[in-house]
Design a binder for this molecule. Sequence first.
Ligand code: MLT
Length: 264
Amino acid sequence: MKTANVNGIRLSYRDEGSGHVLVLLHAFPLSSEMWQPQIAHLASRARLIVPDLRGFGESQLGSGLVSIGQYADDTVALLDQLGIHRAIIGGLSMGGYIAFAFWRRYRERVSGLLLADTRAQADTEEGRKGREASARLAEEQGAEPIANQMLPKLLSPAASADLRDHVREIIEATDPRAIATALRAMAKRPDSTSLLPTIDVPTVVIVGGEDIPTPVADARAMHAAIPHSQLVEIPGVGHLSNLEAPVAFNDAVADLLTVVARAR
Ligand code: MLT
């Protein structure tokens, strides 16, 4: 892992491969570790910049309130430090919410978008209440009950025991304060639906056919609203489609790399 000082914190990130840059933003409550199958297969095609979002993995949380926009600000500050002007911005689930924030704030820096197992809508009122209850649970009892709560939503019943253990390990290693902070940031995030028709860069929307938190219907709606986007539905896999079906996921990202290279 490499580190950079951005916006008052030490941010850890992976920097692998060479060529046009693909940034991969991880899901909640994981870390850059979840992108290992993509790093292994795509670093021969692109330069992958894969941060631990603040508070997650090895990155510092810092103090004060964090919004989803703050994670986008950290990402652009990292790109600035690396001298990277434009990149494909990819995110899965919470990473997708950050990709929308990135588009809202820094669209001139975006050469393509990868929106995996995510959605454009904001939370419902009921969803916000659930986030606050989970944030308190994390603050009072740590990451383990969050892992218990999240695992059935993150992986399909067909996922292997090894994958389940791997994801549990990442979640249980996460700082409970980062979990609570991210939950409150997600609860406050604005609706991004109105952004979708403004997206004019090559975009792929990927979704696991068995995704529960951000189901296929959400992906189809994003695809319908984003001009010239591609939709890739991966049957039989859940929310963490990049981990459950790395080959199909990597193929879809490789196609996006080709389209972006043609467009540049
Ligand atoms: C994620 O995978 O990042 C979360 O499921 C997102 C969410 O809770 O909305």
